[in-house]
Design a binder for this molecule. Structure first.
Ligand code: B12
Length: 577
């Protein structure tokens, strides 16, 4: 009970924070809208549609299965030529590539004057009008802007650019709650820019503009229960559709392996969107991928079969995404995307043969359960927030307070009465990792190595499940663990190290910035004369100007005096004080 009171007190302080007037921001967006002419992408010209929403409704009627690919080479020139290659090769085989999501460099979320001083990450930068136009004019593939657009400090300016090139589905609201632009911590400004951008899309709702939200990029990746994810989708629907009047398009699937849940979420979102859902895409199951490419093809076969059949059963507008086999290793090349897309079309033939014989009742039951339990959590959340002084008619305050409170506080406070039988697959995976490695951390060798040691842990980006598992296992082994969590910049880590002394620093990184990050951190620590063992694990690669794809930097990290940790097994050897 005491803990509940403390959490509610925390929310009250956030609710008291000074914020701009939301009505004046909406007015500003409305005025700006009069100056914006929506562009026409080569894809919409080719298929004679005014917006992707119009195109998707057509496909839902005609039973056309839409396909999505996520793409993002190291620069726009290479990305544009990859788009042309993909379109050409698929067209040769009579296949249509309906849309492409651009995995941009995370710096795109920042105002441009901050780009130069920030570590480069995977994906291209859009540095001029030519780069932006190339997204929509390189090939007849509809651009989807769902990374580092809406939800980031540069939300509004990026949304204006996206509308001008004819991108009509723009995201990503879920990223607002968990993604931090590198080195940026002004949540008030990010909330205001995000709400302004959503208001702009509301102004163009009749022209088919949609706000994309990939739930598992946000708190959906951190909630333990599917019912809480459903409640969250309802909350986003309340803020975006009911308070701001924009059309919301949900995406899910990247962290969901269970085929019943994958099909069930399409049906549950249909209920949440009051029967008028037009989804952006169903993300492929990214967490079941490993280093074995043949096994990975098996993973794609399974999830894609279900994703296609549920679109035949209950069309929702979601495009399907056959993931390239390199998903667990790095961002894919154009050849790998083409191979995956062709593979996907073969799975579609299988789906059409199997569909008449498939029973979806288990998926329908899942949808009913998470919708009903989700509604309870949703109602708890609205009454709890109101109790904490949040104005439920103020979309800006809601966005701000919900970001500040964090996923765990939300679930602990508002989902405590739910005895749901549907844990999220990401939660199950992180528990499985802990169970798999617990014997290693219970070994006398490990306990002798870490017992009583002061260890500080941090993730350089949003990926926090590895560092979370490590923190729990090291604590169980008797270490004194400080876990700074996700999105920690080199400055923030160094600041902590300058305040307290630790025996070792354990970093987890995944976004293709391992070397840049290591160099920046080493510079600061040398300047402050801070010296301690540093281990870095995760995806140890780096975007370098000359290469199309990120390169392995394990040896470069060693030269920096950073211990590269590929996996957990050899942790005892790596930890040397
Ligand atoms: C889950 C996931 C996400 C989730 C993260 C949820 C969360 N809050 O944690 C979401 C969907 C939010 C996400 C977002 C992104 N992701 Co991601 N993600 C993954 C995925 C599927 C699994 C990673 C994971 O959590 N595994 C489970 C944990 C327990 O294991 P692990 O992280 O692999 O760590 C193991 C080891 O590496 C080791 N380890 C890890 N860290 C450390 C540290 C130490 C000290 C030690 C000893 C060991 C160690 O121990 C762990 C157990 O064995 C991988 C692909 C894959 N299948 O691996 C892509 C992947 C890592 N993501 C990737 C990318 C690019 C992104 C985005 C930038 C995409 C985008 N454009 O939006 C964003 C990040 C934005 C940001 N703000 O940082 C790329 C990285 C590409 C590259 N570097 O070449 C990958 C490889 C996918 C891909 N192929 O494109 N992602």
């Amino acid at each position: 009970m005491k803990e509940q009171k403390q959490l509610l007190k925390k929310i009250q302080t956030f609710a008291a924070d000074e914020l701009p007037n939301h009505n004046s921001l909406i007015k500003l967006a409305r005025e700006n809208a009069t100056q914006i002419k929506i562009g026409k992408s080569l894809f919409l010209q080719t298929y004679g549609c005014a917006s992707e929403l119009e195109y998707k409704r057509q496909c839902m009627r005609d039973g056309h299965i839409m396909y999505h690919a996520h793409i993002g080479m190291n620069d726009m020139e290479t990305t544009a030529s990859a788009l042309r290659d993909i379109h050409y090769h698929l067209d040769q085989q009579g296949f249509r590539m309906d849309r492409a999501g651009f995995a941009l460099d995370r710096r795109m979320g920042l105002p441009s004057d901050l780009w130069a001083a920030t570590a480069a990450e995977t994906g291209p930068m859009l540095e001029n009008q030519q780069d932006w136009s190339a997204l929509a004019q390189s090939a007849a593939i509809q651009p989807h802007m769902g990374d580092f657009m809406i939800g980031q400090p540069a939300s509004f300016s990026n949304t204006v650019q996206a509308l001008r090139i004819g991108c009509t589905t723009i995201g990503n609201l879920s990223q607002f709650f968990t993604f931090e632009a590198p080195g940026w911590r002004d949540h008030c400004a990010t909330s205001a820019e995000t709400m302004k951008a959503i208001s702009l899309l509301a102004e163009f709702r009749q022209q088919g503009m949609m706000l994309h939200s990939y739930l598992e990029d946000g708190y959906g990746a951190l909630f333990k229960q599917c019912a809480t994810v459903a409640a969250w989708a309802m909350l986003e629907y309340y803020i975006v559709e009911e308070l701001l009047g924009a059309k919301l398009s949900h995406c899910i699937g990247g962290l969901t392996s269970d085929p019943i849940k994958r099909a069930g979420w399409v049906l549950a979102l249909q209920k949440i969107h009051r029967g008028d859902q037009v989804g952006s895409m169903i993300y492929g199951d990214t967490i079941s991928f490993g280093q074995d490419f043949d096994k990975n093809r098996g993973v794609v076969s399974e999830y894609l079969l279900w994703d296609i059949m549920i679109q035949m059963h209950s069309p929702s507008g979601h495009a399907v995404l056959p993931l390239p086999v390199t998903e667990a290793i790095r961002i894919p090349s154009a050849e790998e995307i083409i191979e995956a897309q062709c593979f996907g079309r073969q799975i579609e033939q299988t789906a059409k043969r199997l569909y008449p014989h498939v029973d979806f009742s288990a998926a329908e039951h899942f949808a009913d359960r998470v919708f009903q339990d989700g509604k309870v959590v949703f109602d708890n959340a609205l009454s709890g927030l109101k109790q904490c002084g949040v104005d439920l008619s103020n979309p800006l305050q809601l966005l701000y307070v919900l970001k500040k409170m964090g996923a765990q506080t939300f679930e602990d406070l508002f989902a405590k009465d739910i005895q749901s039988s549907d844990p999220t697959d990401m939660y199950l995976l992180s528990q499985q990792v802990i169970d798999n490695y617990r014997p290693l951390f219970e070994s006398s060798e490990m306990i002798k190595k870490v017992k009583g040691k002061r260890l500080i842990l941090a993730s350089t980006d949003v990926h926090e499940h590895a560092i979370g598992a490590l923190a729990q296992l090291l604590s169980e082994a008797g270490a004194d663990v400080t876990n700074l969590g996700s999105e920690q910049s080199p400055d923030q880590v160094a600041e902590c190290l300058s305040k307290y002394s630790y025996d070792a620093l354990l970093l987890s990184t995944h976004n293709g910035m391992a070397l840049d990050y290591g160099r920046q951190l080493r510079l600061i620590l040398d300047k402050d004369s801070i010296d301690l063992p540093i281990l870095m694990g995760g995806v140890l690669n780096q975007k370098v100007g000359t290469e199309a794809l990120p390169v392995d930097v394990v040896d470069d990290l060693k030269q920096l005096g950073i211990n590269p940790a590929v996996g957990l097994p050899n942790l005892t050897k790596l930890l040397s004080y």
